[in-house]
Design a protein around this ligand. Sequence first.
Ligand code: NAD
Length: 339
Amino acid sequence: MKSVAINGYGTIGKRVADAVAAQDDMKVIGVSKTRPNYEARSAVEEKGYDLYIGIPEREQQFKDAGIEIAGTVEDMIQKADIVVDCTPGNIGPKNLEMYKKEGVKAIYQGGEDHELTGLSFNSFANYDDSYGADYTRVVSCNTTGLTRTLHTIDPIVDIEKVRAVMVRRGSDPGEIKKGPINAIVPNPPKVPSHHGPDVKTVMGDIDVTTMALLVPTTLMHQHNLMIEINNTDVKTEDIIDALEKRSRVMVVDAGAGLGSTAELMEYAKELGRNRNDLYEIPVWRESINVVGNELYYMQAVHQESDVVPESIDAIRAMLEMESDNEKSIAKTNKAMGIL
Ligand code: NAD
Protein backbone atom coordinates (compact mmCIF):
# COMPACT_ATOMS: atom_id res chain seq x y z
CA MET A 1 0.00 0.00 0.00
CA LYS A 2 1.72 3.21 -1.16
CA SER A 3 1.23 6.54 0.62
CA VAL A 4 0.18 9.47 -1.55
CA ALA A 5 0.18 13.14 -0.51
CA ILE A 6 -1.94 15.63 -2.42
CA ASN A 7 -0.46 19.12 -2.29
CA GLY A 8 -3.24 21.59 -3.20
CA TYR A 9 -6.82 20.50 -2.58
CA GLY A 10 -8.75 22.47 -5.20
CA THR A 11 -10.58 21.46 -8.38
CA ILE A 12 -8.07 18.80 -9.38
CA GLY A 13 -6.56 17.95 -5.98
CA LYS A 14 -9.82 16.97 -4.29
CA ARG A 15 -10.67 14.68 -7.22
CA VAL A 16 -7.20 13.08 -7.20
CA ALA A 17 -7.55 12.48 -3.46
CA ASP A 18 -10.86 10.66 -3.87
CA ALA A 19 -9.48 8.67 -6.82
CA VAL A 20 -6.47 7.57 -4.75
CA ALA A 21 -8.79 6.60 -1.89
CA ALA A 22 -10.82 4.45 -4.31
CA GLN A 23 -7.77 2.28 -5.25
CA ASP A 24 -6.76 -0.80 -3.28
CA ASP A 25 -3.00 -0.37 -3.73
CA MET A 26 -2.54 3.22 -2.51
CA LYS A 27 -3.88 5.49 0.22
CA VAL A 28 -4.16 9.23 0.93
CA ILE A 29 -1.57 10.17 3.55
CA GLY A 30 -2.73 13.80 3.58
CA VAL A 31 -4.03 16.76 1.61
CA SER A 32 -3.06 20.42 1.86
CA LYS A 33 -4.82 23.77 1.82
CA THR A 34 -3.68 27.37 2.14
CA ARG A 35 -7.03 28.76 3.34
CA PRO A 36 -9.51 27.41 5.92
CA ASN A 37 -12.43 27.40 3.47
CA TYR A 38 -15.29 24.92 2.95
CA GLU A 39 -13.00 22.55 1.01
CA ALA A 40 -10.59 22.40 3.95
CA ARG A 41 -13.44 21.66 6.35
CA SER A 42 -14.96 19.05 4.07
CA ALA A 43 -11.57 17.34 3.56
CA VAL A 44 -11.35 16.75 7.32
CA GLU A 45 -14.95 16.40 8.45
CA GLU A 46 -16.58 14.64 5.49
CA LYS A 47 -13.73 12.81 3.79
CA GLY A 48 -11.61 12.07 6.86
CA TYR A 49 -8.32 13.16 5.24
CA ASP A 50 -5.48 14.51 7.35
CA LEU A 51 -5.12 18.20 6.46
CA TYR A 52 -1.77 19.99 6.27
CA ILE A 53 -1.25 23.70 5.72
CA GLY A 54 0.62 25.12 2.73
CA ILE A 55 1.38 28.44 4.44
CA PRO A 56 2.48 27.74 8.07
CA GLU A 57 1.92 31.39 9.14
CA ARG A 58 -1.83 30.80 8.67
CA GLU A 59 -2.06 28.11 11.35
CA GLN A 60 -4.06 30.42 13.61
CA GLN A 61 -6.65 31.03 10.86
CA PHE A 62 -7.34 27.29 10.70
CA LYS A 63 -7.53 27.13 14.52
CA ASP A 64 -9.93 30.08 14.58
CA ALA A 65 -12.12 28.33 12.00
CA GLY A 66 -12.09 25.17 14.16
CA ILE A 67 -10.51 23.06 11.40
CA GLU A 68 -8.12 20.43 12.70
CA ILE A 69 -4.70 20.39 11.05
CA ALA A 70 -2.10 17.64 11.16
CA GLY A 71 0.94 19.79 10.37
CA THR A 72 2.66 21.60 7.53
CA VAL A 73 3.12 20.49 3.93
CA GLU A 74 6.73 19.58 4.75
CA ASP A 75 5.45 17.26 7.52
CA MET A 76 3.05 15.69 5.01
CA ILE A 77 5.58 14.94 2.32
CA GLN A 78 7.96 13.35 4.80
CA LYS A 79 5.32 10.62 5.27
CA ALA A 80 4.65 10.13 1.56
CA ASP A 81 6.01 7.81 -1.12
CA ILE A 82 4.89 10.32 -3.72
CA VAL A 83 3.26 13.77 -3.92
CA VAL A 84 0.65 14.75 -6.48
CA ASP A 85 1.16 18.51 -6.79
CA CYS A 86 -2.20 20.11 -7.59
CA THR A 87 -1.31 23.66 -6.65
CA PRO A 88 -2.11 26.42 -9.18
CA GLY A 89 0.23 26.62 -12.19
CA ASN A 90 3.71 28.10 -11.68
CA ILE A 91 4.00 27.28 -7.96
CA GLY A 92 5.71 24.09 -9.11
CA PRO A 93 9.31 25.30 -9.32
CA LYS A 94 9.31 26.42 -5.67
CA ASN A 95 7.72 23.16 -4.54
CA LEU A 96 10.21 21.12 -6.56
CA GLU A 97 13.02 22.40 -4.34
CA MET A 98 11.09 21.12 -1.29
CA TYR A 99 10.40 17.72 -2.89
CA LYS A 100 14.06 17.33 -3.81
CA LYS A 101 15.15 18.31 -0.30
CA GLU A 102 12.82 15.70 1.22
CA GLY A 103 13.72 13.09 -1.44
CA VAL A 104 10.10 12.48 -2.46
CA LYS A 105 8.80 11.76 -5.95
CA ALA A 106 6.29 14.21 -7.42
CA ILE A 107 3.66 14.39 -10.14
CA TYR A 108 2.70 17.82 -11.47
CA GLN A 109 -0.36 18.94 -13.41
CA GLY A 110 -0.67 20.65 -16.78
CA GLY A 111 -0.42 24.23 -15.45
CA GLU A 112 3.31 23.67 -15.09
CA ASP A 113 5.70 23.74 -18.03
CA HIS A 114 7.07 20.51 -19.46
CA GLU A 115 10.55 21.92 -18.81
CA LEU A 116 9.98 21.77 -15.03
CA THR A 117 10.24 17.99 -15.04
CA GLY A 118 11.54 17.34 -18.56
CA LEU A 119 8.96 14.55 -18.67
CA SER A 120 5.23 14.55 -19.38
CA PHE A 121 2.68 11.76 -18.97
CA ASN A 122 -0.30 10.21 -20.66
CA SER A 123 -1.45 6.71 -19.70
CA PHE A 124 -1.91 5.54 -23.30
CA ALA A 125 0.83 7.39 -25.16
CA ASN A 126 3.96 7.21 -22.99
CA TYR A 127 3.40 5.43 -19.65
CA ASP A 128 6.79 3.72 -19.91
CA ASP A 129 8.71 7.03 -20.09
CA SER A 130 7.72 7.83 -16.49
CA TYR A 131 8.28 4.29 -15.17
CA GLY A 132 10.45 4.68 -12.05
CA ALA A 133 10.94 8.42 -12.72
CA ASP A 134 11.27 10.90 -9.86
CA TYR A 135 9.25 13.74 -11.43
CA THR A 136 6.69 13.92 -14.19
CA ARG A 137 3.78 16.09 -15.32
CA VAL A 138 0.32 14.88 -16.32
CA VAL A 139 -0.47 16.97 -19.41
CA SER A 140 -3.36 19.45 -19.26
CA CYS A 141 -7.05 18.59 -19.62
CA ASN A 142 -7.07 19.72 -23.28
CA THR A 143 -3.86 17.88 -24.13
CA THR A 144 -5.14 14.74 -22.39
CA GLY A 145 -8.33 14.95 -24.48
CA LEU A 146 -6.45 15.39 -27.75
CA THR A 147 -3.97 12.63 -26.91
CA ARG A 148 -6.65 10.09 -25.92
CA THR A 149 -8.35 10.20 -29.33
CA LEU A 150 -5.31 10.89 -31.54
CA HIS A 151 -3.36 8.03 -29.98
CA THR A 152 -6.35 5.72 -30.57
CA ILE A 153 -6.72 6.51 -34.27
CA ASP A 154 -3.07 6.99 -35.29
CA PRO A 155 -2.32 3.24 -35.73
CA ILE A 156 -5.33 2.98 -38.07
CA VAL A 157 -5.07 6.15 -40.15
CA ASP A 158 -1.31 6.92 -39.99
CA ILE A 159 -1.65 10.61 -39.17
CA GLU A 160 0.11 13.01 -41.54
CA LYS A 161 -0.90 16.17 -39.70
CA VAL A 162 -3.51 17.47 -37.27
CA ARG A 163 -5.13 20.91 -37.24
CA ALA A 164 -7.46 21.57 -34.33
CA VAL A 165 -9.57 24.44 -33.01
CA MET A 166 -10.20 24.34 -29.28
CA VAL A 167 -13.18 26.13 -27.78
CA ARG A 168 -12.28 26.53 -24.12
CA ARG A 169 -14.45 27.16 -21.06
CA GLY A 170 -13.95 30.63 -19.61
CA SER A 171 -13.63 29.35 -16.03
CA ASP A 172 -14.41 26.37 -13.83
CA PRO A 173 -17.96 26.34 -12.39
CA GLY A 174 -16.89 27.46 -8.91
CA GLU A 175 -14.71 30.37 -10.07
CA ILE A 176 -16.29 33.83 -9.85
CA LYS A 177 -13.39 36.05 -10.86
CA LYS A 178 -12.67 34.79 -14.37
CA GLY A 179 -14.49 35.16 -17.66
CA PRO A 180 -15.40 36.22 -20.27
CA ILE A 181 -19.09 36.68 -19.55
CA ASN A 182 -20.05 38.23 -22.89
CA ALA A 183 -17.31 37.76 -25.47
CA ILE A 184 -15.48 35.23 -27.63
CA VAL A 185 -11.78 35.68 -26.97
CA PRO A 186 -9.05 34.32 -29.22
CA ASN A 187 -6.78 32.93 -26.50
CA PRO A 188 -4.01 33.23 -27.34
CA PRO A 189 -4.67 35.55 -30.30
CA LYS A 190 -1.81 33.89 -32.19
CA VAL A 191 -1.15 30.54 -33.81
CA PRO A 192 -0.26 28.01 -32.62
CA SER A 193 -1.70 27.85 -29.12
CA HIS A 194 0.40 25.90 -26.61
CA HIS A 195 -1.83 22.81 -26.89
CA GLY A 196 -0.28 21.45 -30.09
CA PRO A 197 3.31 21.61 -28.80
CA ASP A 198 2.04 20.09 -25.54
CA VAL A 199 0.69 17.01 -27.39
CA LYS A 200 4.21 16.51 -28.74
CA THR A 201 5.54 16.13 -25.19
CA VAL A 202 3.68 12.79 -24.97
CA MET A 203 3.23 11.79 -28.65
CA GLY A 204 6.70 12.50 -30.01
CA ASP A 205 7.01 13.94 -33.48
CA ILE A 206 3.29 14.16 -34.38
CA ASP A 207 2.56 17.21 -36.59
CA VAL A 208 -0.18 19.06 -34.70
CA THR A 209 -1.12 22.74 -34.76
CA THR A 210 -3.87 24.21 -32.58
CA MET A 211 -5.82 27.47 -32.25
CA ALA A 212 -7.83 28.28 -29.13
CA LEU A 213 -10.76 30.48 -28.10
CA LEU A 214 -12.28 31.27 -24.71
CA VAL A 215 -16.08 31.39 -24.51
CA PRO A 216 -18.60 32.19 -21.73
CA THR A 217 -19.24 28.69 -20.39
CA THR A 218 -17.97 26.74 -17.39
CA LEU A 219 -19.04 23.19 -18.20
CA MET A 220 -16.57 21.73 -20.69
CA HIS A 221 -14.06 22.45 -23.44
CA GLN A 222 -14.92 21.50 -27.02
CA HIS A 223 -12.43 20.49 -29.77
CA ASN A 224 -12.76 20.45 -33.58
CA LEU A 225 -10.20 18.29 -35.36
CA MET A 226 -9.20 18.18 -39.02
CA ILE A 227 -6.66 15.44 -39.68
CA GLU A 228 -4.75 14.63 -42.85
CA ILE A 229 -4.28 10.85 -43.03
CA ASN A 230 -1.95 8.61 -45.02
CA ASN A 231 -4.15 5.50 -44.98
CA THR A 232 -6.97 6.42 -47.35
CA ASP A 233 -8.46 2.90 -47.23
CA VAL A 234 -9.83 3.63 -43.77
CA LYS A 235 -13.61 4.08 -43.45
CA THR A 236 -15.60 6.25 -41.07
CA GLU A 237 -16.90 3.04 -39.42
CA ASP A 238 -13.31 1.96 -38.65
CA ILE A 239 -12.73 5.18 -36.72
CA ILE A 240 -16.00 4.82 -34.81
CA ASP A 241 -15.15 1.21 -34.00
CA ALA A 242 -11.68 2.10 -32.67
CA LEU A 243 -13.00 4.97 -30.54
CA GLU A 244 -15.81 2.79 -29.16
CA LYS A 245 -13.33 0.10 -28.11
CA ARG A 246 -10.95 2.54 -26.39
CA SER A 247 -11.61 3.09 -22.69
CA ARG A 248 -11.74 6.69 -21.38
CA VAL A 249 -13.26 7.69 -24.74
CA MET A 250 -16.99 7.44 -25.51
CA VAL A 251 -18.76 7.85 -28.83
CA VAL A 252 -21.98 9.77 -28.18
CA ASP A 253 -25.02 10.50 -30.34
CA ALA A 254 -26.18 14.07 -30.77
CA GLY A 255 -29.40 12.54 -32.12
CA ALA A 256 -30.01 10.85 -28.77
CA GLY A 257 -30.08 14.18 -26.98
CA LEU A 258 -26.36 14.54 -26.33
CA GLY A 259 -25.72 17.28 -28.87
CA SER A 260 -24.12 19.80 -26.52
CA THR A 261 -21.81 20.11 -23.54
CA ALA A 262 -24.82 20.96 -21.36
CA GLU A 263 -26.55 17.69 -22.25
CA LEU A 264 -23.31 15.75 -21.75
CA MET A 265 -23.02 17.09 -18.21
CA GLU A 266 -26.65 16.15 -17.59
CA TYR A 267 -25.78 12.65 -18.83
CA ALA A 268 -22.84 12.58 -16.41
CA LYS A 269 -25.34 13.14 -13.58
CA GLU A 270 -27.25 10.07 -14.78
CA LEU A 271 -24.06 8.03 -14.50
CA GLY A 272 -23.98 8.84 -10.78
CA ARG A 273 -20.24 9.31 -10.51
CA ASN A 274 -18.43 11.14 -7.74
CA ARG A 275 -19.13 14.91 -8.24
CA ASN A 276 -21.00 14.04 -11.49
CA ASP A 277 -17.65 13.87 -13.28
CA LEU A 278 -17.23 12.69 -16.86
CA TYR A 279 -13.72 11.21 -17.04
CA GLU A 280 -14.18 9.94 -20.61
CA ILE A 281 -13.68 12.08 -23.72
CA PRO A 282 -17.03 12.16 -25.57
CA VAL A 283 -16.73 12.19 -29.38
CA TRP A 284 -19.84 13.04 -31.40
CA ARG A 285 -20.63 10.09 -33.68
CA GLU A 286 -22.26 12.33 -36.30
CA SER A 287 -19.10 14.45 -36.56
CA ILE A 288 -16.76 11.55 -37.38
CA ASN A 289 -16.20 11.64 -41.12
CA VAL A 290 -13.48 10.42 -43.48
CA VAL A 291 -13.40 12.39 -46.73
CA GLY A 292 -10.58 11.36 -49.07
CA ASN A 293 -7.35 11.84 -47.15
CA GLU A 294 -8.99 13.84 -44.36
CA LEU A 295 -10.67 12.81 -41.13
CA TYR A 296 -12.88 15.15 -39.13
CA TYR A 297 -14.39 14.84 -35.68
CA MET A 298 -15.63 16.91 -32.73
CA GLN A 299 -15.14 16.06 -29.07
CA ALA A 300 -15.59 17.54 -25.62
CA VAL A 301 -13.49 17.55 -22.45
CA HIS A 302 -14.71 17.70 -18.86
CA GLN A 303 -11.78 19.81 -17.74
CA GLU A 304 -12.27 19.20 -14.03
CA SER A 305 -11.92 15.43 -14.24
CA ASP A 306 -10.33 13.90 -17.37
CA VAL A 307 -6.78 14.16 -15.98
CA VAL A 308 -7.67 12.41 -12.71
CA PRO A 309 -7.39 8.74 -13.85
CA GLU A 310 -4.15 9.68 -15.64
CA SER A 311 -2.76 10.96 -12.31
CA ILE A 312 -3.49 7.57 -10.72
CA ASP A 313 -1.70 5.69 -13.51
CA ALA A 314 1.25 8.08 -13.19
CA ILE A 315 1.55 7.09 -9.50
CA ARG A 316 1.70 3.39 -10.48
CA ALA A 317 4.31 4.06 -13.16
CA MET A 318 6.59 6.20 -11.02
CA LEU A 319 6.45 3.91 -7.98
CA GLU A 320 6.95 0.87 -10.26
CA MET A 321 3.73 -0.69 -8.99
CA GLU A 322 2.63 -1.91 -12.45
CA SER A 323 4.81 -2.14 -15.56
CA ASP A 324 1.94 -2.73 -18.01
CA ASN A 325 0.06 0.48 -18.77
CA GLU A 326 -3.07 -1.36 -19.91
CA LYS A 327 -3.24 -3.21 -16.57
CA SER A 328 -2.93 0.05 -14.64
CA ILE A 329 -5.56 1.71 -16.85
CA ALA A 330 -7.96 -1.21 -16.31
CA LYS A 331 -7.38 -1.19 -12.54
CA THR A 332 -7.91 2.57 -12.27
CA ASN A 333 -11.01 2.41 -14.48
CA LYS A 334 -12.56 -0.38 -12.42
CA ALA A 335 -12.02 1.44 -9.12
CA MET A 336 -13.48 4.69 -10.52
CA GLY A 337 -16.31 3.16 -12.55
CA ILE A 338 -14.88 4.50 -15.83
CA LEU A 339 -16.11 3.11 -19.16
P1 NAD B 1 -7.38 25.37 -7.85
O1 NAD B 1 -7.08 26.80 -7.75
O2 NAD B 1 -8.77 24.92 -7.97
O3 NAD B 1 -6.74 24.60 -6.62
C1 NAD B 1 -5.42 24.82 -6.21
C2 NAD B 1 -5.30 24.50 -4.74
O4 NAD B 1 -3.95 24.69 -4.33
C3 NAD B 1 -6.15 25.37 -3.84
O5 NAD B 1 -6.78 24.52 -2.91
C4 NAD B 1 -5.17 26.27 -3.14
O6 NAD B 1 -5.60 26.57 -1.83
C5 NAD B 1 -3.95 25.39 -3.09
N1 NAD B 1 -2.68 26.13 -3.00
C6 NAD B 1 -2.38 27.31 -3.49
N2 NAD B 1 -1.10 27.63 -3.20
C7 NAD B 1 -0.60 26.60 -2.51
C8 NAD B 1 0.66 26.32 -1.92
N3 NAD B 1 1.67 27.18 -2.01
N4 NAD B 1 0.81 25.14 -1.27
C9 NAD B 1 -0.21 24.26 -1.17
N5 NAD B 1 -1.42 24.48 -1.73
C10 NAD B 1 -1.61 25.63 -2.38
O7 NAD B 1 -6.50 24.85 -9.10
P2 NAD B 1 -6.84 23.64 -10.08
O8 NAD B 1 -7.79 24.10 -11.11
O9 NAD B 1 -7.14 22.42 -9.28
O10 NAD B 1 -5.44 23.48 -10.82
C11 NAD B 1 -4.37 22.76 -10.23
C12 NAD B 1 -3.43 22.32 -11.35
O11 NAD B 1 -4.16 21.46 -12.24
C13 NAD B 1 -2.89 23.46 -12.21
O12 NAD B 1 -1.61 23.09 -12.69
C14 NAD B 1 -3.87 23.48 -13.37
O13 NAD B 1 -3.35 24.07 -14.54
C15 NAD B 1 -4.11 22.00 -13.57
N6 NAD B 1 -5.36 21.64 -14.24
C16 NAD B 1 -6.52 22.32 -14.00
C17 NAD B 1 -7.66 21.97 -14.67
C18 NAD B 1 -8.95 22.71 -14.47
O14 NAD B 1 -9.73 22.79 -15.40
N7 NAD B 1 -9.22 23.25 -13.31
C19 NAD B 1 -7.65 20.91 -15.57
C20 NAD B 1 -6.47 20.19 -15.75
C21 NAD B 1 -5.32 20.57 -15.09
